[in-house]
Design a protein around this ligand. Structure first.
Ligand code: ARG
Length: 457
């Protein structure tokens, strides 16, 4: 493509480090779309003839069919997807193919292609996020009143419901989707026509190509347009945060399915066995979702590090944006699908959850609150009294509601038998009716609200 200036071919190792066709062939559909739009615009502006534009578009359609059919010969000598397609176009339609690159450079071409790819991928991911939210909300509705222990420091804290716990992830996912939509909105400007870095002397119509490719507008600064990869940084930031959310849930599934907890069971469909220990049921999918987070956050750090020292405008360093970007977003897609599958599959063991919820003096706060409400104790004093009651129960190995009234009265004489009502885990969760609290009625309403909202999207 630059034979005019060069007398001899590149060294073997130069070709190897330089070529990106091995991975950027994935941009073929976006590259052809961009070229179709560019050719139509060049003809509309009288920069190339209508016949040449028609030949180019015809040739590009044929190339797309070749690629789809798997008959296209990708060549490393032609470096990347852009040169591969352009060379084949000229092979197929003759000199008209050489007119396609008028008023264009690979710099604005690759920026356009990759934006289109990231945009398409974000749109697919958003649907997957939605499906994941639906899986969570459906399970939450079914378990709006299923009591489990809530933890802080992974120490039993207060009873909550399983539905409430799952809806926490629906909220996180909603924010992930907000970040996705934000990133999409900002990336939706078209770099095409920025040319190599300075714009072009041809009378092009950038609004036309931008509109044709579904962008909101053309980018306003040619140097920025060919140098910017923050559209990818934003997509990967969103992906990294979402992956961290998935990883936390994955970690919880690993804990919940462990024998000492036994809160949740995954069916055979989402479990693996051990080749030596016949009893094992391992939650490998959850572990892999947890682990794949490393690749996604790694890709974010990768692109940030690639870009941090680059002077304007394009530098070949920027070719390193793709593998990490492709991999991270594909990995997020896989993790989301696996997680939605696990959520639909898993069944909580309500008995084990409830038993654990009652352990660890989880209703101590309810007792303290009762002392405040009924005896008008200041909360700090109620906390102290409750602490002494918990200590008394612990000394005899009893749960709070197993301790006799007389033993409680020995610590605070004004306590009445009525106190036992607040010591059960069911009544504890039922009482948490503050907005956003874990009361089953709240959880049911929130799960329904989410399901309606998601269905109406
Ligand atoms: N394969 C290149 C990339 O992905 C395309 C742009 C090449 N531009 C250039 N001036 N060498 O970044």
């Amino acid at each position: 493509m630059w034979g005019g200036r060069f007398a001899s071919p590149p060294a073997e190792i130069m070709a190897e480090i330089n070529a990106s066709i091995g991975f950027d062939k994935r941009l073929h559909a976006q590259d052809i779309r961009g070229s179709m739009a560019h050719a139509a615009m060049l003809a509309a502006k009288g920069i190339i003839s209508a016949e040449d534009a028609a030949a180019i578009r015809f040739g590009l359609a044929a190339i797309e069919a070749e690629i789809d059919a798997g008959t296209f010969q990708f060549s490393r000598e032609l470096e990347d997807i852009h040169l591969n397609i352009e060379a084949r176009l000229t092979e197929r339609i003759g000199p008209a193919g050489g007119r396609l690159h008028t008023a264009r450079s690979r710099n604005d071409q690759v920026a356009t292609d990759f934006r289109l790819w990231v945009r398409d991928t974000l749109d697919t991911l958003d649907l997957q996020f939605k499906d994941f939210q639906q899986a969570l909300a459906e399970k939450a509705l079914a378990h709006a009143a299923t009591v489990m222990p809530g933890f802080t420091h992974l120490q039993t804290a207060q009873p909550v419901t399983f539905g409430h716990h799952l809806l926490a992830y629906v909220e996180m996912t909603a924010r992930d989707r907000g970040r996705l939509q934000d990133a999409r909105r900002r990336l939706n400007e078209c770099p095409l026509g920025s040319a190599a870095l300075a714009g072009t002397s041809f009378g092009i119509d950038r609004d036309m190509t931008a509109a044709e490719l579904g962008f909101d507008r053309p980018t306003a600064n040619s140097l920025d347009a060919v140098s910017d990869r923050d559209f990818l940084m934003e997509a990967l930031s969103m992906a990294a945060i979402a992956a961290v959310h998935l990883s936390r849930l994955a970690e919880e599934i690993v804990i919940w399915t462990s024998a000492p907890f036994g809160f949740v069971r995954l069916s055979d469909a989402f479990t693996t066995g051990s080749s030596i220990m016949p009893q094992k049921r391992n939650p490998d999918a959850a572990e892999l979702v947890r682990a794949k987070t490393g690749r996604i956050t790694g890709a974010l750090i990768g692109i940030l590090t690639v870009m941090k020292g680059l002077p304007l405008a394009y530098a070949k360093d920027m070719q390193e944006d793709k593998e990490g970007g492709f991999d991270a977003l594909a990995t997020l897609s896989l993790a989301l699908a696996a997680m939605a599958g696990m959520i639909r599959d898993l069944e909580p063991n309500a008995g084990a959850m409830k038993a654990a919820a009652g352990g660890g003096y989880s209703t101590a706060t309810d007792l303290a609150d009762w002392l405040v409400r009924r005896l008008n104790l200041p909360f700090r004093e109620a906390h102290h009294v409750t602490g002494r009651i918990v200590a008394a129960a612990a000394a005899t190995g009893l749960a709070l509601d197993e301790l006799g009234l007389d033993e409680m009265q020995a610590i605070e004489p004004r306590i009445t038998a009525e106190v036992f009502e607040v010591l059960s885990v069911e009544n504890s969760v039922k009482s948490r009716t503050s907005y956003g609290g874990t009361a089953p009625a709240n959880v049911e309403a929130q799960a329904k609200r989410w399901l309606e909202k998601l269905a109406a999207e």
